[in-house]
Design a protein around this ligand. Sequence first.
Ligand code: ADP
Length: 322
Amino acid sequence: MNLKRIAVLTSGGDAPGMNAAVRAVTRKAIFEGLEVYGVYNGYQGLIEGDLVELNLGSVGDIIQRGGTFLRSARCPEFRTEEGRAKAVEQLKKFNIDALVVIGGDGSYRGAQKLTELGFPTIGLPGTIDNDIPGTDATIGFDTALNTALDAIDKIRDTASSHERTYVIEVMGRDAGDIALYSGLAGGAESILVPERPEDLNAIVERINHGIARGKKHSIVIVAEGAGSAEEIGKLIAEKTNSETRVTILGHIQRGGSPTAADRVLASRMGAYAVEILLEGKAGRVVGIRNNQMMDLDIDEALDNNKHTIDMQLIDLVNQLSI
Ligand code: ADP
């Protein structure tokens, strides 16, 4: 592949650190003598030809910003063959040789389709959910986790003055990583994740046991995909006879300045994407394993590497909150 000009886009749900990733792709590419175009609004902008050349200054002062300055979109048209044909046409019109897609597994599916059409594409994992196959961590997860943890700590402060049970719902429709790690770091009594159905009676028993030994308050973390926090709160209130408050953290978990860990990860991944393109690789996704950058085939990533949660850590939450 004769690489002269690449493009970069952010797609699907936005995540803190996407800006740092776009900056890294852009700066590394320019450092290597390439030209870089930014695509606005994800695959939608690709279909519409909403591309602009990025220079060193275009990505200045964004490393610390949440969201994505390229904006993101969900694009139903890209799911159609006609839509994708239009996108490839635009890429050709702008003389783009390769594309870097930053997004979640839906965005990876789009990148896979472009690869099938013969267009060199690299995927970077950008999502707060940490549920992308082929990587230990995704860009945005650490920030969302710390935002959730900060909220849990604040709720715990007020909880100390009342005998109450707090049920806190965090994001994660299919993946319980935010719930698991914020629950472990926040000293929760119990966590509920979509990957492991939990017996609510066991949770109630644990809370009652805590109350009996004089615990002032209990915290239960529920991933949004594990059930309704409202209903779980009601049930706990009934069965423990303790006052119960439900808090749904919601979209604050998507925002905010990326943590150092996310900025470092985004910078490494963005630069690595350019490196493997220069090596002539395409149809790959970038990951981190044991603190090493690595890449794997996009088909393999999507089809054979289902994201799993560390069940031992769930047990640890329960063991440490007796
Ligand atoms: P995320 O990337 O955060 O998982 P989505 O699932 O919404 O977010 O995917 C982002 C976009 O990727 C979609 O709006 C669509 O344009 C594209 N996409 C998702 N799945 C496919 C698919 N199977 N084929 C082609 N494009 C897809």
